[in-house]
Design a protein around this ligand. Structure first.
Ligand code: GDP
Ligand code: MG
Length: 173
């Protein structure tokens, strides 16, 4: 199938926050409770339409950096990626530290106009930590990032997250 725009998107974030689950929910509309660790990098594609234009989303999954000690900058996709989704777990405050690490790494390795969106995942769970917005402001040096509270389990905001990115990238081109 042909397409008008190609969007290269990568999900990064701590191990276990739900990167693979978000991609599986978005592309295949499935959710699996079994923990399957991703090794290295892998991608899935999904074609959507926005205002009569066909968009192909090429969505790269990455393994948790801290687990394998692989810097995303060592992946060749790093340079092609136009948008990063930095995923954290709304029930695990320590996964926000990893968000900060990725912000630094993306800053050092990517063009300044690369799109960065934050996804606080597992919003279906009760035990979410408090003062989320303030803590995000602290780690991002007051820079504003679009934040989606998502659930790969029940699907909340998953389509909205990827649609926002596709639309924003399309309008940039
Ligand atoms: P990754 O290491 O970031 O790719 O994380 P996974 O996608 O492998 O998910 C880690 C674990 O969290 C798995 O057991 C998933 O079933 C679970 N999980 C992922 N997303 C959600 C979610 O939105 N809600 C809940 N309750 N569990 C989730
Ligand atoms: Mg994974």
């Amino acid at each position: 199938m042909s397409f008008d725009f190609l969007c290269q998107i990568a999900l990064v974030g701590a191990s276990g926050v739900g990167k693979t689950s978000l991609i599986n929910r978005y592309v295949d509309d499935v959710f699996n409770l079994n923990y399957r660790t991703t090794i290295g990098v892998d991608f899935k594609t999904k074609d959507i339409e926005i205002n009569g234009k066909s968009i192909r989303l090429q969505i790269w999954d990455t393994a948790g950096q801290e687990r394998y000690r692989i810097s995303i900058s060592s992946f060749s996709i790093y340079k092609k990626v136009e948008a990063f989704i930095i995923v954290f777990d709304l029930t695990k405050e320590n996964t926000l530290k990893e968000v900060n690490n990725y912000l630094v790494e993306i800053n050092q390795n990517c063009p300044p106009d690369v799109l960065i969106v934050l996804a606080g995942n597992k919003c279906d769970l009760e035990n979410q930590f408090e003062n989320l917005e303030e803590k995000i402001k602290e780690i991002s040096n007051e820079k504003e990032f679009k934040l989606f509270k998502t659930s790969a389990k029940d699907g909340t905001n998953v389509n909205e997250l990827f649609y926002y990115i596709a639309k924003t990238l399309k309008e940039k081109n």
